[in-house]
Design a protein around this ligand. Structure first.
Ligand code: ADE
Ligand code: ZN
Length: 333
């Protein structure tokens, strides 16, 4: 097993995927053509997304959402994203959904978008055997007031399909505690919690997310490696890291996969999982992530099996769904 194509056969669970960030560029271009929207220079000559650095990436990401304006657009996006994931061997995906982009945080509008997304996800489950669940995500650089509106959308639609609440966006904007009210409300509504931290912020950003937002999972969290006491705390408390090595390398946090701390974190007992984040932006797929980890650290079926079990335990879905997934992992079906 050495190539991405071989790793596609391995059943995978992905816990960290931004819905708009997973939009294939050709899908966004097609929609722009249909709607006669000029997206300006967000693509390079090969047709890939083009950006200079993380902050520019966030701008390009938001520019691409300009063509995603109706529930029907999101239904089509959902189908396109799930087809890509299923082709990479993903059998379960937890996807970050943002009412900011789906109806401007209006609860009635958000419910219509959610209905369309769920219908498309149900079709994909039947046709492609991939199960999706949604984590509603506020956007840090949009500020705490908008996050409260997003949290309200999350609390009002919490259930067996919307299972979590999180925060993404520019980690340097504000502090986790500015968003504590939103996280408290979502926890009370029964949602499980995750926060992006330790990607652009150092170890303190992870401590703040744990202490102020009381999350059970951290998106990225890799910069914990700069503080071994924190690494030990993550291991002791069983905090799950949603690690996205290809994203970290593409955005320049680490020069290559061999320099990525995922293996050191795993060796020190931290519960790590593997995801793509925004795959077409980073020329990545889940199969390619597995291939890169195999080539960098010699990870084999046994290690990938452990990673997948960790993801199953950490998934925000209900016990019945986990049982079904566990059976599929056992039989590799
Ligand atoms: N939104 C989409 N991708 C992100 C990332 N890697 N970090 C923070 N916010 C994001
Ligand atoms: Zn992310």
């Amino acid at each position: 097993m050495t190539e991405a194509a071989d790793f596609a056969a391995f059943p995978k669970l992905e816990l960290h995927l931004h819905h708009e960030g997973a939009a294939p560029p050709e899908f966004i271009r097609r929609l722009a053509g249909e709607k006669k929207v000029d997206l300006g220079g967000i693509f390079d000559e090969q047709g890939h997304y083009a950006y200079e650095d993380f902050w520019h990436f966030l701008k390009v990401y938001e520019a691409a959402t300009e063509v995603l304006k109706t529930p029907e657009d999101y239904a089509r996006l959902t189908t396109a994203v799930l087809e890509e994931s299923a082709a990479s061997g993903v059998i379960y995906t937890e996807t970050f959904l943002s009412p900011d982009f789906c109806g401007g945080r209006d609860l009635g509008a958000w419910k219509e978008y959610l209905h369309a997304i769920r219908e498309a996800a149900d079709r994909a489950e039947r046709d492609l055997g991939i199960t999706m669940r949604g984590i509603i995500t506020c956007i840090r650089h949009f500020g705490p007031d908008k996050a409260r509106e997003t949290a309200r959308c999350a609390a009002e639609t919490a259930g067996d399909w919307i299972t979590g609440f999180g925060i993404a966006g520019d980690e340097k904007a504000g502090k986790p505690k500015d968003f504590a009210w939103s996280f408290d409300m979502c926890r009370e509504a029964g949602l499980q919690l995750t926060a992006h931290a330790g990607e652009w912020g150092g170890p303190q950003s992870i401590k703040d997310a744990l202490d102020d937002l009381k999350v059970s999972r951290i998106g990225h969290g890799v910069r914990a490696i700069e503080d071994l006491e924190l690494v030990d705390r993550l291991a002791e408390e069983g905090i799950i890291l949603e690690v996205c090595p290809g994203s970290n390398v593409a955005l320049g946090i680490y020069p290559n996969t061999r320099c990525h701390p995922i293996e050191m974190l795993r060796e020190r007992g931290v519960k790590v999982t593997v995801s793509t984040d925004d795959p077409p932006f980073f020329h990545s797929t889940m199969a390619k992530e597995y291939e890169a980890l195999h080539n960098a650290f010699g990870w084999d079926e046994e290690v990938f099996g452990q990673i997948t079990q960790t993801a199953l335990e950490a998934a925000f879905c209900d016990a019945a769904t986990k049982e079904k997934l566990a059976k599929r992992l056992e039989t590799r079906a």
